[in-house]
Design a binder for this molecule. Sequence first.
Ligand SMILES: [Zn+2]
Length: 227
Amino acid sequence: MFYYFDPTYMLFALPGLLLALWAQAAVRGNYARYARVPTSTGITGAQAAQVFMERTGLRCGINHIPGMLTDFYNPANKTLNLSQSSVQGSVASVAVVAHEFGHALQDAQGYLPMRLRGAIVPAVTLGAWVGPLLFVLGMVLSMYNLAWAGIIAYAATVVFAILTLPVEINASRRGLQLLTSTGILVDPSELEGARKVLGAAALTYVAAAAQALLQLLYFLSLFARRR
Ligand SMILES: [Zn+2]
């Protein structure tokens, strides 16, 4: 991104990168482990989605999508999009489906961090690439107002990554409550497994927020050292 290599960049980039790699390893490890543990009730991820809808009275469409861990809830058309790995009868599968249904509940109840996050999406989409561009241009041309505008534009990305944390953690909390209250997971070791799978996933969002924040701090440190 820069026309010269700045060794202090590593100082800012490395902690976030290491955290991200660790989180990804935790996701893969926990997912692989609990994808092999069948639910003692025999319920699959696809069935769990039906149970959640009956229990909460919240109907949403279900789409089956290819891939592994590609699951997402789409608030635009109120659909749960479940991957091939999540429709199966494992502890990991029902945990992922419960988490996505947690997002559907947040959407239905107008959960504030989710609404705030949705509201800044256009600013984030633009700021993620315009911000660094303005910043570099401003620094190179010694137009510091322009560099500062770049920092502000990029800051939207950081706000988005930080707002993602309550959204993701709350979706997992709702999902785990549903898994317990519906009796889909009854064994304490199964619940522990679901908690581990979702906890590792939450860690990837913490890493993403840390990376965005450290990038912003790096821009600020360059700005402070200008001239
Ligand atoms: Zn999520």
